[in-house]
Ligand binder design. Structure first.
Ligand SMILES: [Zn+2]
Length: 730
């Protein structure tokens, strides 16, 4: 699961349906009820789900045959999750009616005889789902989230159609099931729909049959490898199917008719991504095909096995949208789920990071593979920052956490971003190849099954001989992260650097003192040396050889550690770091210099970085620092930066100019709106117009609002600008 962030490049992965993250309030998660692995007395082997869609009456006629194996002796009643639909009959394998009872949440079937442990049996449930109107908030989801099966009217973009959302416990709203992730089953899904519809589901297509008289077609899909019910899906509509492949693996993009020309731009890297994961994860993609299916009503996507659903806003409508709205990261995240979530599945909802941490990490690893070290570093930083924001403004919890009201509460920045960052650190601790060998083993041992964090520890131990329980304990089973106060001095007589590292995090609520290796680089005129030190106490002193006074002491070279870092340095060192360090070091130095712009050389160095640093993220950071600290920087500096080669730098410069509320810049903002080829930069120029509060700009904004743009960023910005002007006009 993922959802699209407001500005896709700023934050790589937000959540689909979590309560608003913008509410910067502390949430008392300790009050939530404790959940545990569910007990059950049967194991479902197979679902055969037959659905006849009657859109005119918003009704589904359903018939689901469940084959299961008893896990207990004297197994006489079978209780299934079943909500929203009404059961009319249950029959055994010979057609004999069975007694049943339906409660608001379950279906209880009286079996014809007691079964012994290991015996298999089957029965068929006939039911009707009429006008489903599920209040998703009762299940911990946003109101707009259409849990279960939904009849969709024609919308702004979407045609009339039918689709399902089974995550997290939505399957029970369209077929009777054991609806938790720890029971996997194979399935046949057989759907009858309007003749002009295409129907997609999990697995391989067995047949399509047409009923001329009824004007319908029936699609039979067969999922022959077991998977969990939250991954079951159906979508039916007038789709255009754009076909691609990876060798013999069929790869298809199911889009609305008007988006056919955009399918390859949006999804075209899919085969390459699957090929990359095949090698990287050490396990070949195990499913019959891979479809990505556009549906309305969600941002981001959900990784239903072999048939990922993707929100319609992911469509990239033209080439120039690629710079701000590429769907590659989303495609990679959902594809990675086909190993992490679909193949090996979290055993309980509290183990969500087995799905989301790994899928987010998979996306990160792919980003590094295709975009190089600097983009890789920025991607990691975004994940670190995203988690730190949540931990500071909402709550801090262990990644594996049993307290929740609804499964969706576990799908937060702790499981996505922190989970990914923890896997990055685990790789750093173990080493590249030992880590990936362990990952491959973990996949092989738990393929088509469920797993938890302890299984990961065991797989690593079996593969490398290393017991990483200490690492998992502090990063996954406990809350928090190191808050480090670092200082260094050079001892000329002893020819060494004395480095003091204090861990200052509040340890009163189970947050540990962390044990971690850290790389420290010491740069002198003679060159650079990297020292690996070991953190394991609240206050530590390290001595690092340095024949000359260092030009730079870089704590945590590689930015591997998830932490909050204060490292006091003199201005000369920061200026050296701003010019000469790697991207993370240069960005960090720019921020550290924010309070020193009055000192000689600082303002000019920041200006130089803003204009000429080789990497966009450093230029962006320098622009933001200058905008925040130096009102004396002339507007002409930022107008020049507003034509930078990278949209993110232009956006930062336009934001800096907008904050000046300077009406003399209006012609410039209009020119940028008309000439910039980035939708996001155009949107920023409209916000800057709004900031001037110039009422004469209202017609211009009204006209601008009509311009189509991805996710309506232009219209939204124009409306915001008009409201901003309205604030003063009233
Ligand atoms: Zn996900």
């Amino acid at each position: 699961m993922t959802s699209l962030p407001r500005l896709s490049l700023l934050v790589s992965c937000l959540l689909l349906a979590l309560a608003s993250l913008s509410a910067a309030q502390q949430v008392d998660i300790g009050q939530r009820p404790r959940q545990s692995l569910r007990s059950h007395d049967f194991d479902v082997q197979h679902y055969r789900i037959q659905l006849a869609l009657d859109e005119a009456n918003r009704t589904v006629h359903g018939e689901t045959t469940i084959t299961l194996r008893a896990l207990a002796d004297d197994f006489r009643t079978c209780t299934l999750d079943a909500e929203t639909f009404t059961v009319s009959a249950v029959r055994d394998e010979w057609g004999t009616p069975l007694e049943f009872q339906q409660t608001p949440t379950s279906l209880v079937v009286r079996l014809p005889k007691p079964y012994k442990h290991g015996e298999t049996l089957g029965f068929t449930v006939t039911y009707r789902l009429v006008n489903p109107q599920i209040d998703s908030t009762k299940y911990g989801m946003e109101p707009s989230y259409r849990l279960g099966l939904d009849f969709k009217a024609k919308g702004d973009r979407n045609p009339q159609m039918v689709s399902t959302l089974s995550f997290p416990q939505g399957a029970r709203h369209w077929f009777p099931s054991y609806d938790d992730p720890d029971d996997k089953a194979t399935a046949d899904v057989i759907v009858t729909a309007r003749r002009d519809y295409q129907v997609v589901s999990n697995g391989r297509l067995v047949s399509v049959t047409t009923d001329e008289k009824a004007g319908t077609r029936t699609f039979h899909w067969s999922q022959q490898e077991p998977h969990s019910t939250y991954l079951f899906m159906v979508a039916a509509g007038p789709y255009v199917v754009v076909r691609d492949s990876l060798g013999s693996l069929p790869v298809s993009y199911w889009v609305y008719p008007q988006d056919e020309a955009h399918a390859r731009r949006t999804f075209g890297r899919t085969p390459e991504i699957i090929r990359f994961f095949n090698e990287r994860f050490g396990y070949t993609y195990p499913w019959a095909k891979y479809d990505q299916v556009i549906i309305p009503g969600i941002g981001g996507g959900a990784e239903s096995t072999t048939a990922t659903v993707i929100g319609e806003s992911a469509i990239v409508p033209d080439d120039r949208a690629m710079q701000d709205f590429s769907a590659d990261w989303l495609v990679a995240h959902e594809a990675a789920h086909h190993w992490w979530g679909d193949l090996v599945t979290m055993r309980t909802w509290s183990e969500t990071w087995i799905n989301e941490g790994f899928a987010t990490f998979g996306q990160h690893v792919y980003t590094c593979h295709v975009r190089g070290a600097d983009e890789c570093a920025v991607d990691l930083l975004q994940k670190q920052t995203s988690y730190l924001d949540e931990s500071k403004t909402r709550y801090s919890r262990p990644i594996v956490f049993e307290r929740y009201d609804h499964p969706n509460e576990n799908f937060d920045r702790h499981t996505y971003q922190k989970g990914a960052v923890v896997l990055h650190m685990l790789r750093y601790v173990l080493g590249e190849e030992p880590f990936w060998r362990s990952i491959s083993r973990f996949l092989h041992e738990h393929a088509f099954g469920s797993a938890d964090t302890n299984d990961l520890v065991v797989a690593i131990h079996e593969t490398t001989g290393q017991n990483v329980a200490w690492f998992i304990d502090q990063w996954v089973r406990k809350a928090g992260h190191p808050v480090l106060d670092v200082g260094h001095t050079w001892d000329a007589a002893a020819r060494r650097v004395s480095l003091r590292v204090r861990q200052t995090q509040d340890t009163s609520r189970g947050v540990p003192i962390f044990r971690m290796p850290v790389d420290v680089e010491v740069v002198t005129e003679r060159g650079a040396t990297v020292h690996r030190i070991q953190l394991d106490a609240a206050d530590q002193q390290f001595h690092l050889d340095a024949a000359d006074k260092p030009l730079l002491v870089r704590f945590d070279k590689g930015n591997n550690l998830l932490d909050e870092l204060t490292h006091a340095k003199d201005t000369a060192e920061l200026l050296y770091q701003l010019r000469r360090d790697d991207v993370m070091g240069r960005m960090w130095a720019a921020s550290a210099l924010a309070g020193r712009v009055g000192e000689p050389g600082v303002r000019d160095s920041l200006l130089q970085s803003a204009k000429a640093d080789a990497f966009w993220a450093v230029r962006e950071r320098a622009v933001t620092v200058l905008a925040g600290v130096e009102p004396r920087v002339g507007s002409e500096v930022f107008t020049a930066l507003a034509t930078d080669a990278h949209s993110r730098v232009r956006i930062a410069a336009l934001r800096a100019l907008g904050a000046r509320r300077d009406a003399t810049l209006l012609p410039f903002f209009r020119e940028r709106f008309e000439r910039d080829d980035s939708y996001q930069a155009q949107a920023e120029s409209l916000r800057a117009i709004g900031m001037t509060r110039d009422t004469a700009s209202l017609p211009f904004l009204e006209q601008a609002a009509a311009m189509p743009s991805p996710r309506n960023v232009i219209r939204t910005a124009a409306q915001w600008a008009r409201e901003e002007i309205g604030r003063v006009a009233r």
